[in-house]
Design a protein. Sequence first.
Length: 504
Amino acid sequence: MLNDIEFINGFSAELSDDYRLAKSYVRDIPTQALVYIRSFTHKLAAQLAVQHGVTFTSANLYDRIEQLNQRRVIDVAAVRALHRLRSDGNRGAHPEKYHLTQTQLVSIAEKSIHQILQLIEKLYPSLHQGVTPRYQFEAFDSYAGRDLCYRAVMKNDPEAQYLVGMSLKAKGLMLQEQERALAQTTDGSLLASSNSSSASSSSTSSSSNSNSAESNTPSPISTTVEQTSADVFAQAAHWFHIASAHHQAALFEHGVSLLHGYSGAENPATGEAFIAQAAAQGIVNAQALLGFFYLVGSDQFEVDINQAETLLTLAANAEDAEAMSNLGVLFYQNQQFEQAYLWVNKAAQTGYPHAQYHLALMLEQGEGCQVDIATSQQWMQEAAEQGQLDAMLRCSSDILHDDDASQQQLNIAEHYLHEVIKYGRNVTAMIELSVALADGILGRIDVVQAAYLLQQANLHANEIQRQVIEPLWQSLQMQIDSVIALNPTEDELATLQQAKCLLA
């Protein structure tokens, strides 16, 4: 019987390498597996177009899938499957934008491999005019990382060195996020205790991605001793530097590592020069970043809207979600709202949470589109579920000001506010959560937490925000004093005194 790789090869030899590489990297470098899955989806769409005589009018994968849909080349289920693969594949390019852990990325990559097989099973008869052959799926393994390390060190293979660097960079980004969260939690142990109590009753979109026991298999490209994100970034920079002489994508990453100081001091001049070199060689991520430099200005590049549009368009047409979003920003700043809406919408459709948030705002205001409050709310919720902080704050505020909100919705609002505070030290979120806890909106009253949050808000607030905080501060002090006057129990009194101290 065929195995799954042979099955894909029988469907199309052109697709088999992307499938084989994607599957081999699922456990060790899931971000790279997702990049290959995106490439697989591009090539599959192109094959379907050739088979049915469709000439694509756009280089953008979303547009191509929709063109296949409009021509009724494939059915609705296949269209949805292609869009899911496209969306998941895009996560590999910017995992840090989605607040995804290594375990969650592995789970997404594994799921995408199985979705590919289901889709090819469905498409096989129409392409080959015959019955879909039987095959057996061979389990994922964890040997790719060991092989990469061997090739990187012993064979001096630039591609392997680049991929080792990418694996380490992804781990560094995740460690960095964990360290920031831990620092914020350590800075406020009171907030941590409340957050842990609410977590059990809150549901988040990412929880379903961490249930697979197999996904917890450690990567061979992992450290055996505890390291900081700085240590891991330095290792990534080492491999990018070695590979950069012979590998253009590594040259781009080497430039990024210098720009952000992966190995110590930042070197923006040299870093941006390398990024520009990689962009000239057609590296999509480099084109996207250089386009951003021209859009907002940088150390070496002055604002040049024409250059920004050219580079961002190249990267956007190659399905770079961040480039699509920034191209939307460019058109928005030029008051070209219909073009802005077009690109922000495309970026949102890829699953990019920042674009989803901005799309929600445009739909709410009718900028470049018809006002559509219901769809705006859907995109806002989607962005919030993916960890976009502004969207989380907006959704939580809407819930807290809804008199008909259920307890489940209130739990979600509290979870969102904790996340916004943890990652952004957002004063508005601190104020919102403090008021909700003081007034019992969340189903309980917690004056200690309310006082602590108000104290933290005051520490980080500007003058306008302090004007909002002052009456809330006085009101909470009066609330505490009035409860103390009612002769509470000894434990309750101790808690109230603690809250009073925080507001002293």
